[in-house]
Design a protein around this ligand. Structure first.
Ligand SMILES: *[C@@H]1O[C@H](CO)[C@@H](O)[C@H](O)[C@H]1NC(C)=O
Ligand SMILES: *[C@@H]1O[C@H](CO)[C@@H](O)[C@H](O)[C@H]1NC(C)=O
Length: 448
């Protein structure tokens, strides 16, 4: 009987041929019909189970063996955790750690690693001062602090030995304050550094704290070293006046360095002072130091409840000053083939380079989150995306971005292959972009 039925159903014939005993009882049932399950031969009945098994296998394989490129936007943490920086961010971090030897390089690397690894504790985090205080250190120190703490000097007037510069050792100030919540020695060292800056260091004629010890001279670089530290110190010591001092120092620097008219209006000169270091040019990295430093001050003010409420005017001013620099960089951004900003903005004789480009793009992303109504516009975000892509294209397998200006010879026509501060700027660029995407201000990158 089975044989006869099978012949009428050639599609199911092969397998059931070998199992006559199980099919015997079904022989009396009606003809096979797709609509009637009970008429199906066993091999067909079992087919869905194989389909399910195959499905499970594919799912398990996909989850475990195929790299996911999808960004998980379901929470801020998952967004940060699944973010694709599109370059070798850990290689760049390694280079920043290995190459940084000067005070400002080490302080900048610590800041950059903090932004990358512990974004909730950076001043750009959503709530950087829980309980209105500097964030506490848990059982494990932040990775940036583990890396930096042995490099900070705790037994002198300043946080790092420096014969030349006033402001550079202050780049370690925020790290010292953060460490101070665990070890009082670091807090005391930060206090001495603050006192040195405010009471001992030479001042320019308008009251701006000099970048140098020997002469009163203003370098745009100093705006990334001194004001962010003073502002952070103010929060840690519940001292709103100190935050106002930080803003005032930015203002005094701007009063001297900002270009008042012409095509470079709003950009900052690099160095004004009596020495032969004076440099009227608008150094790209110098403008980035100033703009990013002010953005850090801005974020410190708005991140602390006590200053956010009473320093509306200061926030507005900082937004304006930062905007002047970013606008100037966009306006003077010429047709350099590489897409990078030139080492001196608005001067076409200069090569395009990665350091200033990275940090200025990072500034635009940071401001887009801090002031989306102004900086969240396509004018800024499209520009920042283009600059970022131009930089990322020039990051090699080892995490080096090049060509980068020689940070010790800003006027050199010879770019270098490995800039310590330039590597930290890459981390800042990656973190700033990530935080802008995760805040849903920047567009989600198209998945690849
Ligand atoms: C990250 O993005 C880059 C560029 O879009 C892509 O080539 C790479 O495969 C992505 N990496 C992962 C892990 O998705
Ligand atoms: C911080 O300072 C404000 C006034 O400036 C004061 O009202 C507040 O009690 C202080 N907080 C702490 C924890 O000392």
């Amino acid at each position: 009987m089975a044989e006869i039925r099978q012949r009428r159903q050639p599609a199911a014939a092969e397998k059931t041929d070998s199992e006559p005993s199980t099919t015997g009882t079904q022989a009396e049932e009606p003809e096979f019909q797709w609509l009637h399950y009970s008429t199906w031969p066993l091999s067909v009945r079992w087919a869905p189970a194989f389909v399910i098994l195959l499905g499970v296998f594919v799912a398990v394989y996909y989850v475990n063996f195929i790299e996911q490129s999808g960004l998980d936007m379901s929470s801020l943490e998952s967004c940060i955790g699944t973010f694709n920086y599109t370059f070798r961010v850990n290689a760049a971090r390694h280079q920043a750690e290995q190459l940084s030897t000067h005070s400002w390089e080490i302080g900048t690397a610590a800041q950059a690693i903090g932004e990358l690894v512990d974004p909730s504790k950076s001043v750009f985090g959503l709530n950087p001062f829980p309980k209105d205080k500097a964030p506490p250190q848990g059982l494990h120190l932040d990775q940036a602090l583990i890396w930096v703490y042995q490099k900070i000097r705790k037994d002198d007037a300043t946080l790092f030995e420096d014969e030349y510069s006033v402001s550079d050792p202050a780049a370690l100030g925020v790290a010292a304050v953060m460490l101070g919540s665990r070890w009082a020695q670091f807090g005391d060292a930060a206090t001495r550094q603050k006192e040195y800056l405010l009471d001992v260091a030479p001042r320019y004629s308008n009251g701006a704290i000099s970048h140098r010890q020997e002469v009163a001279e203003l370098w745009s670089d100093a705006v990334s070293m001194v004001p962010p530290f003073l502002a952070y110190y103010g929060v840690a010591n519940n001292d709103t006046e100190m935050l106002r001092t930080a803003v005032q120092q930015c203002q005094l620097y701007r009063d001297v360095l900002s270009v008042e008219e012409g095509p470079k209006k709003g950009l900052w000169k690099h160095i004004v002072g009596p020495s032969d270091m004076a440099d009227e040019g608008c150094w790209s990295t110098g403008n980035a130091w100033a703009a990013y430093g002010m953005a850090r001050v801005r974020a410190t003010i708005s991140g602390w409840r006590l200053s956010n409420e009473v320093m509306m005017e200061e926030k507005r001013q900082l937004d304006q000053w930062i905007g002047e620099i970013v606008d100037g960089a966009i306006r003077t951004d010429g047709d350099e083939e590489s897409g990078l900003l030139r080492n001196y903005l608005g001067d076409d004789s200069w090569f395009g380079e990665t350091s200033g480009t990275s940090l200025l793009a990072a500034t635009a992303y940071r401001m887009a989150v801090l002031r989306p109504d102004v900086f969240g516009q396509a004018k800024y975000l499209t520009w920042a995306d283009r600059k970022r892509e131009a930089v990322v294209q020039r990051i090699d397998e080892d995490g080096f971005a090049k060509p980068a200006v020689n940070p010790l010879k800003h006027g050199s026509r010879e770019p270098i292959e490995s800039s310590p501060e330039g590597e930290s700027f890459l981390l800042m660029l990656g973190s700033a972009w990530r935080d802008c995407v995760c805040a849903r201000v920047c567009a989600q990158p198209e998945s690849t």
